[in-house]
Write a protein that binds this ligand. Structure first.
Ligand code: FAD
Ligand code: NAI
Length: 466
């Protein structure tokens, strides 16, 4: 039986970052991963392949629509879907191999197979050929991630009725794609296929898109996506889906009840959220149980069983790769006896549509509920010179700051490259900066980042360029 300081179960952003940090700190570490490649959902079937298709489809649309023509570039692009998929798969393969390299560099042992808690400090691993080994560990970190939430009455076959993994590898462009769920996956992957030529209808249970997102931001995004041709059926639920030949017949009814309408599609994407994944993990062998939502709870990354820790999508909080990474670092540093903490108030969220959405901190609705006085500074990209010359003027930057202290409490942006700009406000918020701090910092001209400064000026009412 091999003995380790730390055994990590799961090789996604939570697990691989935990293993790497443990290796850096001189701990003897193994990472158990059952998939054939490392990187988890994020690298294999999540963040990375979706961003590869978003990038390629955005360029395709720019070239085939009016965007290139308006710039004086006349081209007649032709879609080569197999090549678009191939370049995505090649990038994914290179990234997953990269994690293998980082494991070797940091002396992390990759134990290939599915891990099961076998008792205190023991993990049993079953390899693909059925052979079993047992590992001993002072500390065990559970980082088994999440899986798509199923929808009763709509059986995913990944032929016609897809989850996100199926929607990342379609062999053809759907004529009509119905997306169930107007969340991050639905809007990103819906955008990919719409840009490549599909008619896309998004069916959402609530009367708004992206619950949790700042209201004004969500409305602005919905307006932009609608203008691009995506249609939304809000306040609607899908009560059944039947595959008929090369198509699917969906029964849709108002969420509040009412008559059923039939919608026909050639593909359906079910994207109604993800749920924690603990199947076959042997929780019962160590006396651990999940809550009603199937989640393993934690207190500063510790489970209720000494020596067993939990991070990433399988535990509470946002299901985001960088949140899993933050928890991985803090958890391992705690195991190594260091002081470490995750600041859950400063975890950014991004939606990689066009325009992009990027947010951090409190929404206006949250501040109102908390009864906290705040001031708003808002700057539109129509008044940002770089956005204007690039013809990318949709959206705004909105800064929310404490009415009394001016501390930045939340930032919400819709617009060009905002995913790359939110980091500035994350740094500011970690340092408890005021909006005035940002307003007084020199930003390069002409850049979209000037909008960050102008919005901060707006908090005290002195926007200069709008
Ligand atoms: P995972 O990445 O799910 O990794 C868990 C790993 O554990 C898996 O590889 C699994 O095979 C393995 N495993 C499970 N059980 C066992 C076991 N018993 N033994 C061994 N191995 C096991 N997040 C972002 O921040 N940005 C994005 O742009 C983004 N885009 C996304 C797009 C899509 C389509 C999807 C589906 C998700 C996206 N996410 C994104 C979310 C992101 O992928 C997850 O938040 C992140 O992967 C969570 O990391 P994790 O390590 O907790 O779990
Ligand atoms: P989500 O939680 O973002 O959105 C799900 C949507 O489906 C919600 O709007 C919800 O109201 C709706 N819904 C739920 N049940 C429904 C029903 N029966 N009928 C119709 N609508 C219904 O979940 P999604 O999009 O599946 O993504 C899962 C997770 O993956 C997210 O939590 C996100 O954190 C992560 N992710 C992150 C990305 C990013 O950071 N850019 C990209 C993609 C995924």
């Amino acid at each position: 039986m091999s003995a380790y300081d730390v055994v990590v179960i799961g090789g996604g952003p939570g697990g691989y970052n935990a293993a790497i940090r443990a290796g850096q700190l001189g701990l003897k570490v193994a990472c158990v991963e059952g998939r054939e490649t490392l990187g988890g959902t994020c690298l294999n079937v999540g963040c990375m392949p979706s961003k590869a298709l978003l990038h390629a489809s955005e360029l395709y649309e720019a070239a085939s629509g009016k965007e290139f023509a308006n710039l004086g570039i006349e081209v007649k692009p032709m879609l080569n879907l197999p090549q678009m998929m191939k370049q995505k798969d090649e990038s994914v393969a290179a990234l997953t191999k990269g994690i293998e390299f980082l494991f070797r560099k940091n002396r992390v042992e990759w134990i290939k197979g599915w891990g099961k808690l076998a008792g205190a400090g023991r993990v049993q691993v079953t390899a693909a050929d059925g052979s079993q080994t047992e590992l001993q560990a002072k500390d065990i970190v559970i980082a088994t991630g999440s899986e798509p939430t199923p929808l009763p009455g709509v059986t995913i076959d990944n032929q016609r009725i897809l989850d996100s993994t199926g929607a990342l590898s379609l062999p053809e462009v759907p004529k009509h794609l119905v997306v169930i769920g107007a969340g991050v996956i639905g809007l990103e992957l819906g955008s990919v296929w719409r840009r490549l030529g599909s008619e896309v209808t998004v069916v959402e249970y609530l009367d708004r898109i992206c619950p949790g997102l700042d209201d004004e931001t969500a409305k602005t995004l919905q307006r932009s996506l609608s203008k691009q041709g995506m249609s939304f059926k809000l306040g609607s639920k899908v009560s059944g889906a039947v595959v008929k030949g090369n198509g699917v017949e969906l029964s849709i009814e108002p969420a509040a009840g009412g008559s059923v309408q039939v919608l026909e599609a050639d593909y359906v994407l079910v994207a109604i959220g993800r749920r924690p994944y603990t199947e076959g993990l042997g929780l019962e062998n160590v006396g651990l149980a999940t809550d009603k939502r199937g989640m393993l709870t934690n207190e500063h990354h510790k489970t209720s069983i000494p020596g067993i820790w939990v991070i990433g999508d399988v535990t509470s909080g946002l299901m985001l790769a960088h949140k899993a990474e933050d928890e991985a670092i803090a958890c391992i540093e705690k195991i190594a006896g260091k002081a470490a903490e995750v600041n859950y108030d400063v975890i950014p969220s991004v939606i990689y549509t066009k325009p992009e959405v990027a947010c951090v901190g409190r929404t206006e609705e949250q501040l109102k509920t908390e009864g906290r006085g705040y001031r708003v500074g808002k700057f539109p990209f129509t008044a940002n010179s770089r956005a204007k010359i690039n013809h990318e003027t949709e959206g705004f930057v909105k800064v929310l700051a404490d009415e009394r202290t001016d501390e930045i409490l939340g930032v919400h942006m819709v617009g060009p490259s905002v995913s790359e700009m939110i980091g500035e406000y994350c740094v500011a918020m970690e340092f408890a900066a005021s909006s005035e701090d940002i307003a007084l910092i020199c930003h390069p001209h002409p850049t979209r980042s000037e909008a960050l400064r102008q919005a901060a000026m707006g908090v005290e009412g002195w926007i200069m360029q709008a």
